[in-house]
Design a protein around this ligand. Sequence first.
Ligand code: OGA
Ligand code: NI
Length: 348
Amino acid sequence: MATSFRWAGDENPLKLTEKFIVPDENKPNLEDVSDLADSIATVDMSKDEETQILDLSNACEKHGFFQLINHGIPKKLCDNVLEIITNFFNLPYDVKGDMLSTTHMEDGKFYRYYINDQVTNDEIFMWAEAFFHSWDRVDGGYFDNLPSDSEKNREIVAEYIKEVSSLVTKMLRLLSLALGLDENYLKGRLGENPQRTAQANYYPPCPNPELTLGLRDHTDLKVMTVLLADEGVPGLQIEKDGKWFAVNSKEGALIVNVADQLQVLTNDKYKSACHRVVNNKDRKRTTFGIFVGPEEHCKIGPTKELGGPPLYREYTFYEYMEEFRRQAGKRRRVKEYFRINEEGETSK
Ligand code: OGA
Ligand code: NI
């Protein structure tokens, strides 16, 4: 299990010691990265609905990642949110340290570093700060852990999350139609109150980015992720056929990706792509991810109406998260655990 990360007063805990140096097989080769920025799909929400349906569906099938433009969330709101997040990470380390927690759901304190469970069993730390927290008013309860000047900020962030939620609802409707299902189908699989969690990430400049990772390779767990990121700053990469491709946020775009539950619901038609974050030598990068997913009691499995033999057994999202927690410390293979093998059995 994770050990806690120690803060020493106001000192920056990110120092390029061996605790941050990832094993050779995880080291990013920054020379060997192809730029997918132009080939990764851009989905334009100002186009007619038929085009949106086609573009969204193609993007989810091909890379599972796309840039969403003309999405209707005011630029000013997006800018304000990134500014709030950046200001938060610029707080002195002793202030942030008071909010540190290395486990989920402990006293409502969610400030934490990415730690060992992301790379190997050798407890290697990510070169990143992350604040995983119930930013959303509907989740309630945890705002008091933010610095005292956050009242106005809460309103702004809550407004942004509300906008992202409607955007996801809209995309799920269009994807349901693309799949030939009732327009409310995918949303209906998430329950009455779909989970919405948010994580702010800060990747400070790193003296030698070839040695560290900002976030190790993983797939996202829920249904869909919407990422707001500093424009044009490299960092996010997706894996395709064993190669890594940079995905740099375009002007005014949100980066959207398919997460595990959507891959399972579509019986692998849509791809929950493996991705990671690398660091930059001279530039910091701030991102804010919203993860939308099913309520815990919801049953997830391949949609029968789509035909074909089901590739996964049915499970509840609670079971999925249990398996995720069980795999702490290893590279996540959560959906693989529920996969039906060639003999028609699951690993369970
Ligand atoms: C994540 C994630 C990417 C980024 O938080 O799951 O993939 O660029 N973030 O911060
Ligand atoms: Ni991710």
